[in-house]
Design a protein around this ligand. Structure first.
Ligand code: UDP
Ligand code: MG
Length: 140
């Protein structure tokens, strides 16, 4: 097992419903340490840039609007196999397909308003962490 860092976002549907603590409890119970965390209102430019990989997808415009519809909590999570571990505790993109016990099964409202983002590879995790955090804001 190797200690990794991954990037997470608690999305606006979850902050709106006061679920930050409930989601953090699931992350910590799974063995992930929250080593960086801040609550932000994303700008449209930030949301567009963060999701640029999806720019050609039909849901891109709606996704950007959703991500700026309220505050988000951006996080750096650390632990053994943190990237895969976080993806597992998140559950499938569409909550209808998510396994029981996962964050999305328990909390997501829809395939779009699905409560959390998590990096899908170690390389993307590094880039996404650097997009939002300086080194001094991450305390392991
Ligand atoms: N999304 C959407 N409609 C779709 C697929 C995705 O609105 O048909 C949104 C959803 O919020 C998702 C995000 O776009 O979390 C990024 O999509 P991705 O395929 O990367 O899913 P994830 O990695 O978040 O599970
Ligand atoms: Mg993704």
């Amino acid at each position: 097992m190797s200690v990794e860092r991954t990037f997470s976002i608690i999305k606006p549907d979850a902050t709106r419903r006061n679920l930050t603590g409930s989601i953090n409890q699931k992350l910590e119970a799974a063995g992930l340490r929250i080593v960086g965390q801040k609550r932000l209102q994303l700008t449209e430019a930030q949301a567009k840039a963060f999701y640029a990989v999806h720019a050609e997808r039909p849901f891109y415009g709606e996704l950007v609007s959703f991500m700026i519809s309220g505050p988000v909590v951006v996080q750096v999570l650390e632990g053994d196999n943190a990237v895969a571990k976080n993806r597992a505790i998140m559950g499938a993109t569409n909550p209808a397909n998510a396994e029981s016990g996962t964050i999305r099964k328990e909390f997501a409202e829809s395939i779009e308003a699905n409560s959390v983002h998590g990096s899908d590879s170690l390389e993307n995790a590094k880039n996404e962490i650097a997009f939002f955090f300086s080194e001094s804001e991450i305390v392991g």
